[in-house]
Design a protein around this ligand. Structure first.
Ligand SMILES: [Zn+2]
Length: 266
């Protein structure tokens, strides 16, 4: 491959010049994932991509019309190109050379994978039970369980009938057990439901990454709860929109009525 970069800040490591030079002539040999990060194995070293809020990686045939906000272009030998597109530029790419320690991408600080057998209820309780956060914020903490985002944390809490505003210290053992069982199920479900062909992905430019129809909680403000029929609500927790059923996911008595409950923009 050969590489060009149009925005310096997208390359987290090494310098842009070195990034371009070191990727020249490399071959892709594998692909993998850790948390929400993509790992592209090369015949020497590896590329790590973190997508931020709006990053997409698309593979386009030769001569494909240019796309706005394309910041990194990998030109492959067969004429195809791999484009990293990112309108808001919160994402980054890193090249980690063979034998080099990755102290750059933050992958080393990620927590356990959701499907790791060690991710059981004791692990969750030990890591989170003493935290002063809400359970919703705790599930988003990538240093505990890696890969759970805003949509899937809502789905997990809905299935477990846990109010997202529950302080971690109020989560019961029974609910920790249920969470530990449900987290891998929901993440697996999400991966299966999001499986699309490269053609479909290219058509949507990588932006259509979820469909509301198979989500039970996220995006369903005002819709009837699939379990009890009452209207779902949206509140803002830790700056993130959260969707839940006030009847099935009762707020624990100890949780005070927060102000943010009344003004729920965001
Ligand atoms: Zn309900």
């Amino acid at each position: 491959m050969s590489v060009s970069v149009d925005r310096e800040k997208i390359v987290g490591h090494p310098s842009v010049d070195e990034f371009v030079r070191k990727l020249e002539g490399r071959t892709v040999v594998s692909d993998g994932r850790r948390g929400k990060a993509l790992i592209i194995g090369l015949d020497r070293g590896r590329l790590i991509v973190r997508f931020g809020m709006t990053g997409q990686l698309i593979v386009v045939p030769a001569g494909y019309p240019p796309e706005k906000h394309t910041h990194v272009t990998l030109r492959l030998e067969d004429g195809r190109e791999v484009w990293y597109i990112d309108p808001r530029m919160f994402g980054k790419v890193w090249y980690i050379d063979e034998g080099e320690e990755d102290t750059y991408s933050g992958i080393g600080h990620l927590g356990i994978e959701p499907d790791d057998p060690a991710m059981d209820w004791r692990f969750l309780k030990k890591k989170l039970g003493g935290r002063s956060l809400t359970i919703k914020e705790a599930l988003l903490d990538q240093s505990v369980v890696a890969g759970i985002g805003n949509i899937w944390s809502d789905e997990i809490l809905f299935r477990c009938k846990v109010c997202p505003e529950t302080p971690c210290s109020s989560v019961t053992d029974a609910k920790w057990k249920l969470l530990a069982k449900t987290i891998p199920e929901v993440m697996e479900f999400g991966i299966e439901k999001n499986a699309i062909t490269p053609g479909e992905y290219l058509e949507g430019k990588g932006r259509k990454y979820y469909d509301i129809y198979y989500l039970e909680a996220y995006g369903h403000e005002g819709d009837p709860c699939t379990r009890c029929g009452r209207p779902m609500v949206r509140t803002v927790i830790g700056g993130r929109s959260s969707y839940w059923c006030p009847r099935c996911q009762r707020r624990p008595r100890s949780a005070t009525e927060p102000k943010r409950f009344l003004s729920d923009k965001g």
